[in-house]
Design a protein around this ligand. Structure first.
Ligand code: ATP
Ligand code: MG
Length: 415
């Protein structure tokens, strides 16, 4: 990008209430730097109501745009040219930017963050609009313009730009604490994890697999999903927990209709133990009400009855189409539909009970060594760490809780 160009990032003012504001802005600036850590960006400048990223000479706008579009908390962003605070300079700067785009109708939208500027926003719109019209021959259309040319008047300079690209919105990752997400290889749970990131959570992932009873395919899929999702939170941790032996024990003593519920209760218990170890304060699943027999109101209550931590279900009111569209937008769908060998294909009967009760499950589990099974699964768990951009440690790394293991886990390449 040229030395006169910058990236202007806007966030939604409305999500910034009171004392949270400085933290929101600091985290968003840190995350923007982290997301672009290998692209030569030199600085994230915090201005009133916006953040300006300063690119290096080798920075590519297309690469920056892809990254910034994934930073939670960003409402929209633009490539901007800076101009001195002078009407003639603003006219030529904006005309230069506008010349890159083909259009037949346009509008100028000026905003004054610095009220001492001698022209009002209306006067700026008119003056600069007339200049662009004379230069390009395009028509002014206030209602449905093909192109909107923006001017922002700041205390020491003006920002000139065309168009706005959308960010994910929401809150910057790190704002809301840590959660543990139960990640299968399916379509739903990666979307659930993303929804929590978008509300500012750092997500730690837990995947249950049935190796050596089944192949390692589900673990590869979980890794590929975490690699994708790490693009939104920069550092991730994935626990791969062996579940086959536990399932075998459940089959021996729990009647077929209750088995899926019993599996889910064990998953929740194990995830809760990991959450306590990691300072996470909630569990997250991809369950959606009524999607399958194990996801009725009765069964969801019995599943969360196994743990004390809250179980968050961000997809509870979403349809499969909505979830699928979101999975496609965040890039997890293509990975989720790869064939895997999910642990739930092992020892799982076709027709689970739709109205289980806590007493029934507790009775069924009473013959099992619940604590022993949980401890054995945890003992066999493997921990893997992920970084994005691959191998670069930027400011966001500091917000991840310390690893519970002394041995550093390998950092695999990013997606
Ligand atoms: P998904 O598409 O996320 O697999 P699903 O609609 O297939 O969800 P279930 O298979 O009933 O639903 O699983 C419900 C939830 O339980 C999942 O969304 C996920 O959070 C958790 N879960 C299921 N299987 C696993 C697994 N093998 N490892 C970790 N979590 C799992
Ligand atoms: Mg599933």
């Amino acid at each position: 990008m040229s030395p006169a160009e910058f990236i202007l990032v806007h966030y939604h003012e409305i999500s910034l209430k009171g004392r949270n504001r400085p933290r929101f802005i600091r985290l968003l600036a840190d995350n923007l730097l982290q997301a672009t850590a290998d692209l030569g960006v030199t600085r994230a400048q915090r201005l009133p109501g916006r953040i300006v990223l300063h690119p290096g000479s080798e920075t590519s706008w297309d690469a920056i745009a892809t990254r910034v579009a994934r930073v939670c908390g960003v409402s929209n962003f633009s490539r901007v040219l800076r101009s001195p605070l002078d009407l003639e300079a603003i006219k030529t700067t904006l005309a230069e930017e506008v010349a890159r785009h083909p259009f037949t109708s346009f509008r100028v939208t000026a905003k004054r963050g610095f009220k001492a500027f001698p022209l009002t926003s209306q006067e700026l719109n008119r003056e600069v609009g007339a200049f662009i019209q004379a230069r390009t021959g395009a028509r002014v259309d206030l209602e449905h313009p093909e192109l909107i040319a923006y001017i922002e008047i700041l205390p020491r300079e003006a920002l000139c730009y065309v168009g706005k690209l959308k960010g994910p919105g929401g809150l910057p990752v790190g704002m809301s604490g840590v959660v543990v997400a139960l990640l299968s290889g399916g379509v739903d749970s990666p979307v659930a994890a993303f929804r929590m990131m978008k509300r500012g959570c750092r997500v730690i992932f837990v995947h249950f697999h049935s190796h050596p009873f089944l192949s390692r395919a589900s673990q590869d899929e979980a890794r590929a999903l975490v690699a994708r999702l790490t693009q939104y939170q920069y550092r991730s941790r994935l626990y791969l927990v062996p579940f086959g032996e536990l399932q075998r024990q459940v089959v021996l003593s729990v009647r077929a209709p209750y088995r899926v519920i019993a599996y889910r209760r064990f998953m929740a218990r194990i995830a809760e133990r990991i959450a306590r170890l990691q300072g996470a304060t909630a569990l997250v699943t991809g369950e959606s009400l009524g999607q399958v027999a194990s996801q009725t109101l009765h069964n969801l209550a019995v599943i969360e009855g196994a743990v004390e931590l809250p179980v968050l279900r961000p997809l509870i009111g979403m349809d499969k189409e909505e979830i699928t569209a979101q999975a496609q937008a965040i890039g997890t769908f293509a990975v989720s539909i790869l064939p895997d060998e999910d642990c739930c294909q092992l020892f799982t009967p076709r027709d689970p009970a739709v109205r289980s009760t806590l007493e029934e499950l507790e009775k069924a589990e009473s013959v099992l060594d619940v604590d022993g099974l949980v401890a054995a699964a945890l003992k066999g768990a493997e921990l893997q760490e992920f970084a994005f951009p691959p191998g670069v440690l930027g400011p966001a790394a500091a917000s991840l809780p310390a690893s519970p293991t002394s041995a550093p886990a390998p950092v695999p390449p990013g997606p």
